[in-house]
Design a binder for this molecule. Sequence first.
Ligand SMILES: NC(=O)C1=CN([C@@H]2O[C@H](COP(=O)(O)OP(=O)(O)OC[C@H]3O[C@@H](n4cnc5c(N)ncnc54)[C@H](OP(=O)(O)O)[C@@H]3O)[C@@H](O)[C@H]2O)C=CC1
Ligand SMILES: CC(=O)C(=O)O
Ligand SMILES: [Mg+2]
Length: 645
Amino acid sequence: MFSLNGSSSLNSSVYGVSKGLTRRKIAAPLVVVAAASSNYNQGDGNVVLMENSLNGKREKAPTKPSSVTEKDSKSAVGAGVDDLYDEDSASEDQYVTPWAVTVASGYPLLRDPRYNKGLSFNEKERDGHFLRGLLPPVVISQDLQVKKMMHNIRQYQVPLQRYMAMMDLQERNERLFYKLLIDNVEELLPIVYTPTVGEACQKYGSIFRQPQGLFISLKEKGRILDVLKNWPEKQIQVIVVTDGERILGLGDLGCQGMGIPVGKLSLYTALGGIRPSACLPVTIDVGTNNEQLLNDEFYIGLRRKRATGQEYAELLHEFMSAVKQIYGEKVIVQFEDFANHNAFDLLAKYGSTHLVFNDDIQGTASVVLSGLMASLKLVGGALAEHSFLFLGAGEAGTGIAELIALQISKQTGAPLEEARRKIWLVDSKGLIVRSRMDSLQHFKRPWAHEHEPVNNLLDAVKAIKPTVLIGSSGAGRTFTKEVVQAMALYNEKPVILALSNPTSQSECTAEEAYMWSEGRAIFASGSPFSPVEYNNKLYATGQANNAYIFPGLGLGLIISGAIRVHDDMLLAASEALAAQVSQDNLEKGLLYPPFANIRKISAQIAAKVAAKAYELGLATRLPQPENLEEYAESSMYSPNYRNYR
Ligand SMILES: NC(=O)C1=CN([C@@H]2O[C@H](COP(=O)(O)OP(=O)(O)OC[C@H]3O[C@@H](n4cnc5c(N)ncnc54)[C@H](OP(=O)(O)O)[C@@H]3O)[C@@H](O)[C@H]2O)C=CC1
Ligand SMILES: CC(=O)C(=O)O
Ligand SMILES: [Mg+2]
């Protein structure tokens, strides 16, 4: 049976690779890490045959270089320490062999994030795996480790320090990282995800320590397949890829956008149960137009202006082709934080050949539609009876608008064209109206309705009198007091969603929304806000963020073996999420269920998405499991430690 749960494969991958290794007889977890040659020279002149983890062939290790005995006079290191591999004795202008064989017992086991358990290695494991003396005597449970880590993390006052502590943990002890994140999701989500991940990307060059994903730059053109082979994992199920041009609402961060795929994929695992080893973060580096980064000595990317046109398209095409060639048809490629002048085209181009999904266009649409479905229980009426005004007509804005229109059209039977007339968008030049048609980007054109030109949001609110106001502009504090007051003037319960991330770019704060609407707003935001007290009443704020959708959607695609993403799957995900909002949540003003229940929610979303895939004939995993929700839950990765033989 197909399982995302790592238990069975963990055993085979831990123990299976030992067959070519004869160094000493142990029952230890063994991992051969890919190197130019994976042979192991014992250092005593004996040569050990080892498996090359890339091609499975056994090779003879090179003999020890003669310079071990003939110490180089230029060498700076020595001091009586035996330098078995010539790493230190070689002078800077000599070549050394980069040995990269890791035996996952003893010290290397403690250094292997996938298998390390730190102080949780039990007595038997300490004996069996050569750990005696490498750890202090105490043995503690994983739960106590979680408690300790949370205590330590809470000592940091600066969110970026917490982020770095979490990244360190991920690199040190993967299961503990995920256990921590799953058990404390509401507290840690703002650290590994928005808003802190935004600051981490801005400073990524300075805080960069370990590669957490693949960097594919123009330098790799013509050899992207080989670059993908360099990634140590081979069974990839989800790729999140960015080119760093529109990182949250922070603009072009070039290669430093890597924090986003890394963060999103950690949520795929923590919230959606996809095995960490099946997740591949990718940053495509085609340069950056961010002058500040180009002049920053710590910048980690290519120092050139962004490639465009054919040069850009060719690199992306090579990447997409290589991905399909190496991982097959059913690998999910999630486009994340591309600028809109590429995002729509990439989705259209690869939507019919690959299992692609644009989180900013489609995931955001699904989560917002879900919030609107829930809001109807508070404000009344059907979706078609409401009118919607957006500030921001890019990926998020037009993506959401289109899914709302689709849902209205399905519910009422009205043509899509007619359903779209309920929805208005404002961009940086004002209300999108018919007279602007010729100068509009293609994704804005369906929204160019007949109307007088309107230059700013406040006038647009006064002209349209929407029941729902949605911020998807990336421009902070644009829902001014006058805008919110106008919404409150026309609506008993104005629905106001400030989606832009991170917090600094939010169109308004929760406090402003409640204060300026005199406590009547139904509010949610892309980044989290603490509850607000207004007139002796406590208002909780829901987080309208695509993190509610993509992990469950991805799980649904995987468990059904879906080969394409379909709009009906997005609608199914919206409905599944909205169904999880309880009366109690609504009474507190929450349009979304708490993240604390996210794994259960993701399983429900996955089940509905998978069911839709089967219904649409897009599923390849046959026969269809009888109970998709149970199947989804049972397929989820568990971060609990495994016992080592
Ligand atoms: N909560 C969530 O889950 C998600 C939130 N987002 C957030 O949404 C924001 C936008 O993302 P995305 O749609 O991809 O970005 P885009 O760049 O595609 O779109 C931004 C839109 O906002 C408009 N705009 C920018 N500044 C202003 C302004 N001052 N006044 C009026 N309009 C303005 C732009 O106008 P013009 O076209 O004229 O340039 C454009 O239409 C980001 O902050 C992002 O973090 C995105 C995805 C998910
Ligand atoms: C949440 C998200 O995907 C964004 O802000 O871009
Ligand atoms: Mg995004």
